[in-house]
Design a protein around this ligand. Structure first.
Ligand code: ADP
Length: 473
């Protein structure tokens, strides 16, 4: 098949979050499985050292009364061709989406241009694609442009997080020359705004999201963020395909960023990681259960119930290390907990990939009490690194973590249903108790390390879906 993946970020070129891992890995996997694969993304100023990059043509896009020129740059890789849209004014900036002060105010115009440019580039390069796989709101207008222009390419729109919708004032319609006939409640209108995400949902042939449970949840008012009605209306076209992780990047047997390598068959290095991290952080943890967390500090991640639960939990004989950045008030709460319980918790407020690897490797448990979680990578990484996950059973966390059952001894972690600090606290205490029962804890950890959340299964599901879409158009 000829597949075009479109995303606003993808590893190894540009990354701010999980989307980049998923888009970059799918590019690799689809290519490796014998498909002619293209990856489309903006050429940001931050993208450096792309091998074999060459000019592949020019495109002209009408934005308002102006004609904006863009360059198509291509780079052949072992898996397929990366196609970059270069446009200095829109993408030659320091960041991808915005600064600390907030999103760039013209993001609607920037990604509207990008979506138009991708459609133009496909034509210009005569790619004759079977499928366009568009990801998240930044690519949400592509299915509309494909339909509007009567182009015969199947479209899949994947939602990685419904919380980011790309809603902009309706003036954008004229700027991007979108016919007003599409600006209806059944089209891309969303409470008076133009919604990129809604456009993706409405105009694509199929919609997917990144776990089966999240696919069900987003059709409910509780999780639907205003889009549940339109998602229910298209429920026959909505599927959930779980993300995998790249075990080349996340594997304690090969990880150069951790203090000592280890595996499920030779776990001794894990203890060394705990000892060395304690030294580095000047934080005594020997013999105590160490609970780790690596996360964006956002409402979504359950930091509010966590800080409440920790007020109690830190009175126990436990240690906690949290690495994260994000919302100011949540950062402050974590720092004040550290001030109150300096021997019990380290709150590390920063983004630090190497330290993240060390925390996964050193910790005995990994906390992820998310309010909602489309898929979640943290718990999958934690499993591989032998850090037993303690999670709220929602979205992808529900699909990957089975609560340990005392009677059947089945499970690979601990989970709770109700979103409350009481339930979280109970679950943390239960985990701590199991740590005291060494045989059970070791078994749980071993089961987790043997779980396979690689991409092979999920990639097949995408390819099956692409075939189905192709046969239906
Ligand atoms: P989301 O994409 O919603 O942020 P995921 O669990 O899917 O959550 O992925 C988060 C990824 O980002 C994980 O790989 C995690 O280790 C990493 N990460 C989050 N916060 C930090 C941080 N402060 N420093 C380093 N890595 C981080």
């Amino acid at each position: 098949m000829k597949i075009g993946i479109v995303a606003s970020e993808a590893v190894p070129y540009a990354k701010t979050g999980g989307l980049a891992d998923v888009a970059g890995t799918l590019f690799k996997v689809f290519g490796k499985t014998g498909n002619e694969t293209y990856l489309f993304m903006p050429f940001y100023k931050t993208i450096k050292n792309v091998e074999n990059i060459s000019q592949a043509g020019e495109i002209l896009v009408k934005i308002g009364s102006q004609t904006v020129k863009g360059n198509i740059l291509t780079s052949k890789t072992d898996y397929g061709t990366a196609v970059f849209i270069e446009q200095g004014y829109y993408f030659g900036r320091d960041e991808l989406y915005g600064t600390k002060e907030g999103d760039y105010p013209d993001n609607g115009e920037r990604f509207g241009f990008f979506d138009l440019a991708v459609v133009e580039a496909i034509k210009k390069l005569n790619l004759d694609l079977d499928i366009i796989h568009a990801n998240d709101w930044q690519t949400g207008l592509i299915p509309l442009f494909i339909k509007d222009r009567g182009i015969k390419i199947g479209t899949l729109f994947t939602i990685h997080n419904l919380g980011y919708q790309g809603n902009f004032e309706q003036g954008l319609l004229d700027l991007l020359h979108i016919d007003r006939k599409y600006f209806t409640i059944d089209g891309l209108e969303f409470y008076g705004d133009v919604s990129f995400l809604k456009s993706g949902i409405v105009f694509s042939d199929y919609i997917s999201t990144v776990s089966p449970s999240y696919a069900k949840e987003i059709m409910t008012p509780e999780y639907g963020m205003g889009m549940d009605g339109i998602l229910r209306a298209r429920k026959n076209k909505l599927v959930g395909i779980l993300n995998g992780i790249d075990y080349e990047a996340w594997n304690p047997e090969k990880d150069d960023l951790i203090y000592a390598k280890y595996s499920v068959n030779n776990i001794s290095g894990k203890e060394e990681n705990k000892r060395k991290l304690s030294e580095e952080l000047n934080f005594e943890t020997a013999g105590k259960p160490l609970f780790g967390m690596v996360s964006r500090l956002a409402g979504q991640k359950g930091v509010d119930i966590l800080t409440e639960a920790l007020e109690e939990f830190l009175k126990e004989d436990v240690k906690v290390v949290i690495l994260g950045t994000g919302e100011k008030d949540l950062e402050e709460k974590l720092v004040s907990l550290q001030n109150k319980f300096p021997n019990k918790i380290k709150s590390l407020i920063k983004f630090d990939n190497a330290l993240a690897h060390k925390i996964y490797a050193a910790s005995d448990f990994f906390i992820m009490p998310s309010k909602y979680e489309p898929c979640g990578l943290g718990q999958l990484i934690a499993l591989k690194y032998g850090s037993v996950p303690v999670v709220r059973a929602t979205g992808g966390l529900k699909d990957t973590i089975d609560n340990y059952n005392d009677y059947t001894h089945c499970g690979n972690g601990f989970s709770f249903e109700e979103y409350s600090s009481e339930e979280l606290l109970k679950t943390l205490k239960r985990a701590k108790e199991i740590y005291g029962d060494r045989k059970t804890y070791d078994m749980l950890r071993q089961i987790g390390m043997m779980c396979d959340f690689s991409w092979s299964q999920s990639a097949l599901k995408y390819l099956e879906l692409f075939n189905k879409i192709k046969s239906e158009i």
